[in-house]
Design a protein. Structure first.
Length: 214
């Protein structure tokens, strides 16, 4: 599948500047929930919205597609590769953030293999945060994406983390809205307000956030 063309079509009506503005708020919020790690890996970095905004001293970005417009910091180590083929230092990262990626893998075994690789690359007591569409709350639109292969919920992610050697620490069934094409405009101000109102998550949130410790 040509992912570059696929995402270009999917995001054709979405302003990239607004996406970056939203992640400017989301990335520090997730970073704090992870315990403010200093060596952070984004194994499916896309256009770099998260890894470009996360306040960590050392950042790594891996993606199969080389996006010229990616918002990487000058100091970010960028690897253009499938994450399963990428060479990563063992027991190095104290933070890994996985956003909207696991549902694109071929099956549950592929998810398990990926998480085991992340476990091997992480330092003791490091934390992995996984965010993605929660099938329990977005089943009507979940299969509209041509690259979704596996239906996942926060419960399934928690089980996967434990099976891969992590200790689940925080489970948020409803965190962010499903996508940037939702009813609310992609706004930094609204995102900041939303993140300060967990009660709003229970109404608008359709993506889980699950954090595990190595």
């Amino acid at each position: 599948m040509n992912y570059e063309r696929l995402y270009r079509y999917r995001l054709r009506h979405i302003d990239q500047g607004r996406r970056h503005a939203v992640w400017t708020e989301v990335a520090p919020h997730v970073h704090r929930l992870m315990g403010s790690p200093e060596r952070v890996l984004d194994p499916a970095a896309g256009r770099g919205e998260f890894i470009g905004a996360v306040p960590a001293a050392e950042t790594w970005a891996v993606d199969e597609v080389d996006y010229p417009e990616a918002a990487h910091k000058p100091t970010t180590r960028v690897i253009t590769s499938s994450i399963m083929d990428a060479e990563l230092p063992p027991e190095h990262f104290d933070g890994v953030f996985v956003s909207n990626f696991l549902e694109h893998l071929a099956d549950q075994n592929a998810i398990a293999a990926f998480l085991e690789k992340m476990h091997a690359a992480m330092a003791a007591e490091g934390r992995i945060a996984i965010m993605g569409p929660n099938y329990r709350y977005c089943s009507n639109e979940y299969w509209d994406c041509a690259d979704h292969h596996v239906a996942l919920t926060h419960v399934a992610i928690t089980e996967h983390l434990y099976a891969a050697g992590f200790e689940p620490e925080r489970v948020v069934p409803r965190y962010l809205p499903y996508s940037f094409r939702g009813v609310l405009p992609a706004s930094r101000t609204l995102t900041s307000l939303y993140l300060r109102l967990p009660l709003a998550w229970r109404v608008l949130g359709k993506q889980f956030l699950v954090i595990g410790r190595r």
